[in-house]
Every structure is written in structure tokens, then in C-alpha cells.
Design a protein around this ligand. Structure first.
Ligand code: ZN
Length: 90
């Protein structure tokens, strides 16, 4: 098994993610239910504006990746349980 890696949540983009885009849909999510998309430098603005255009609360935070051996950081940084990107895919 390949270790889980940070990659951009944008469909068809496999770039390493540098940003966490944290958001929720107020209509279906309670205030403590935050979804996380990961974004590369190129798509962080796209994803943030995509969500902001729908009036979803959205917050962007930087992912700090060590230069080598990211395995432990990966699981520690994504602890919301919202790691799937199904909603961003057709
Ligand atoms: Zn991307």
C-alpha cells in the first residue's frame, strides 16, 4: 500500500497540497462539522472562491510539510474525519 499523501482536492490535479481549505455547508452541516479540502498553490484560490460563492463559511490554512518523511504528519494534520473528496468529484 502506498502511504497516504497530501494531494490537491481539485479534480484531475495531482499536485502536492500546500493548503487546507476548511469549510462547511450551513444547510446540512452543524457548526462543529467542518470539511477539509486540500489544495495546491494554484488551486487554493479556485476552491476558496468556489465555496465562498455558495456562501459557505470557508477558512484557508497552511499545511506545514517537513522536507522528508511526511508519514506521521499526514495523519496528524487531517483529524477532522473529512478526508474524502467525493463531493468535489463527478
Ligand atoms: Zn491543484
Amino acid at each position: 500500500m502506498e502511504p497516504e499523501r497530501f494531494t490537491c482536492s481539485r479534480a484531475a490535479c495531482g499536485e502536492p497540497a500546500l493548503w487546507r481549505v476548511e469549510w462547511r455547508n450551513p444547510k446540512i452541516h452543524t457548526a462543529d462539522r467542518v470539511k477539509v479540502w486540500l489544495a495546491c498553490d494554484e488551486h487554493v484560490d479556485y476552491l476558496r472562491e468556489f465555496l465562498a460563492a455558495r456562501d459557505f463559511p470557508v477558512r484557508v490554512a497552511e499545511i506545514h510539510l517537513p522536507a522528508t518523511n511526511t508519514a506521521e504528519t499526514n495523519t496528524a494534520a487531517i483529524n477532522t474525519g473529512a478526508t474524502n473528496t467525493a463531493e468535489s468529484q463527478a
